[in-house]
Write a protein that binds this ligand. Structure first.
Ligand code: UD1
Ligand code: CA
Length: 456
């Protein structure tokens, strides 16, 4: 079946008090609208085919700039005259669709599972509403049923009688509509209501009049249908999302010392016996293998941490691979392109960028290693710097197996320190060092005996 999806995202979101459109605010590190787009794509894949239309209005350029990479039909709604009017703008592009699914750009956590079950209920010939029962229904459209429990209409909060206001079953806004009926209904909408808006919800009464059955489905989790109108609600939804993520990680065998102090902003895949201490942030695609410990205050972004490694407090690992049984930090920074083999030690205040380090090598204190290839069993002394940048270009440093770089050396790239050689502490190395040699490149120490300081 062909199901077209219309995502409504034209509203201003004035209560966010922001220069950015509401739907570009992040939940779990990703714009709310992007969550909805990705779920729409996933849903469509499993249901069949279809197109995705996003109705935008306020700050539409900013939205397109941020999310233009997705292959979507952007529909412009000049004036926001109501949800029915918004859907109307997209309908001309939906010809031939068996079903139309309407989603909201500010209801980010809807799951494809709930949407698939809604589309199955619709099946191209029923009007299917996603509803939920809540204790405080104020602000929502109420679901009106007859004496037999059959849905008759949706009445908006501002138009409801006091009797209707007491109804706890509400419209989440997410609706699946038969393709063959929608263009008839959508053009019949009137704005004769308290808000002078064209309400999409008025199609429910039309369906009843046309003997099209109206059915409902409910989401498996209430946070799926929670909308965001303010920064406070944004935070509340973020916390609810993070709590859920932490719970599912713990149930899958990860030890999390405090589930209220971990943030997962992306996709984390884990194995057993991982320990994550407080205030850790995981971003992008991260893989953590078994027996890894991540101490407090670490940020791990788009990286792969292999089994048995220990990331000590306050380290940042970005676009990097950490081999098995490595020790990183505390206070280490692995920048993009760092690739560590197994059993590598990287200590405090060490920064590594775009470099590979082979097994059993150590860079334990206060170093900068950039654009380098470091062999096995290499010991890099404290304060060693690879001078990879001449102000214009970046150059490579090659440090072969078994070398020993004395503390506080500057290696001026391009340069190669060949196999098994030693660089004396405090050297400034400008030329290649041959294998198995000792290189000393510093001023010699002179001792002047019986020397007296002036004025003493
Ligand atoms: C809507 C529903 C209500 C439901 C509630 C759930 C209608 C008439 N009412 O009410 O039954 O309980 O959602 O949250 O549908 N939008 C546009 N263009 C417009 C108007 C709205 O794109 O012209 C977008 C908004 O950006 C927003 C969404 O549609 O993402 C919902 O609009 P909003 O005005 O918040 O609807 P509610 O009054 O909350
Ligand atoms: Ca409204």
């Amino acid at each position: 079946m062909r199901a077209d999806i219309i995502i409504l995202a034209a509203g201003q979101g004035s209560r966010m008090k922001s220069d950015y459109p509401k739907v570009l605010h992040n939940i779990a590190g990703k714009p709310m609208l992007e969550h909805v787009i990705l779920t729409a794509i996933e849903t469509q894949k499993s249901i069949g085919e279809g197109n995705i239309h996003v109705v935008i209005g306020h700050e539409s350029d900013k939205i397109k700039q941020k999310l233009g990479k997705y292959n979507l039909n952007w529909v412009y709604q000049e004036q926001q005259l109501g949800t029915g009017h918004a859907v109307q703008q997209a309908i001309p592009y939906c010809k031939g669709a068996d079903m139309i699914l309407v989603l909201y750009g500010d209801v980010p956590l809807i799951s494809s599972m709930s949407l698939e079950s809604l589309l199955l209920s619709c099946n191209g010939n029923r009007l299917a509403l996603l509803t939920i029962n809540i204790t405080n229904p104020s602000g929502y459209g109420r679901i009106i049923r007859d004496g037999f429990g059959k849905i008759q209409a949706i009445v908006e909060d501002k138009d409801a009688t006091s009797e209707q206001l007491a109804i706890n079953e509400v419209n989440t806004g997410i609706i699946a509509i038969p393709g063959k009926s929608i263009s008839i209904w959508i053009n019949k909408l009137k704005n004769h209501n308290s808000q002078k808006e064209y309400y999409l919800t008025d199609i429910v009464a039309m369906a009843v009049e046309n003997n099209v059955s109206v059915v409902h489905a409910q989401p498996s989790n209430a946070i799926e249908v929670e909308g965001v109108n303010s920064k406070l609600q944004l935070m509340e939804l973020e916390r609810a999302y993070q709590k859920q993520k932490a719970i599912s990680l713990m149930l899958s065998g990860v030890t999390i010392l405090d589930p209220s102090r971990i943030d997962i902003r992306g996709e984390l895949s884990t194995e057993h016996d991982i320990i994550i201490d407080i205030n850790v942030i995981i971003e992008g695609k991260v893989i953590i293998e078994k027996d890894v410990t991540i101490e407090a205050g670490c940020i791990i972004r788009n990286s792969h941490i292999k089994a048995g490694s220990h990331i000590k407090a306050n380290s940042i690992v970005e676009d990097s691979i950490v081999g098995e049984n490595c020790n990183i930090g505390p206070f280490a920074r692995l920048r993009p392109g760092t690739n560590l083999s197994n059993d590598v030690n990287v200590g405090n205040f060490v920064e590594i960028k775009n470099s590979t380090v082979a097994t059993y090598s150590k860079i334990n204190h206060l170093s900068y290693i950039g654009d380098s290839t470091i062999g096995e069993q290499v010991n890099i002394g404290a304060g060693t710097i690879t001078c990879n940048y001449d102000g214009k270009n970046k150059h490579q440093t090659i440090i072969e197996d078994n070398t020993f770089i004395g503390s506080n050396s500057a290696l001026i790239a391009p340069v190669t320190i060949a196999y098994s050689s030693t660089v004396a502490a405090g050297s400034v190395i400008t030329d290649d060092v041959p294998k198995k040699s000792l290189s000393i490149a510093r001023g010699r120490q002179k001792n002047i005996e019986n020397w007296k300081r002036k004025n003493t």
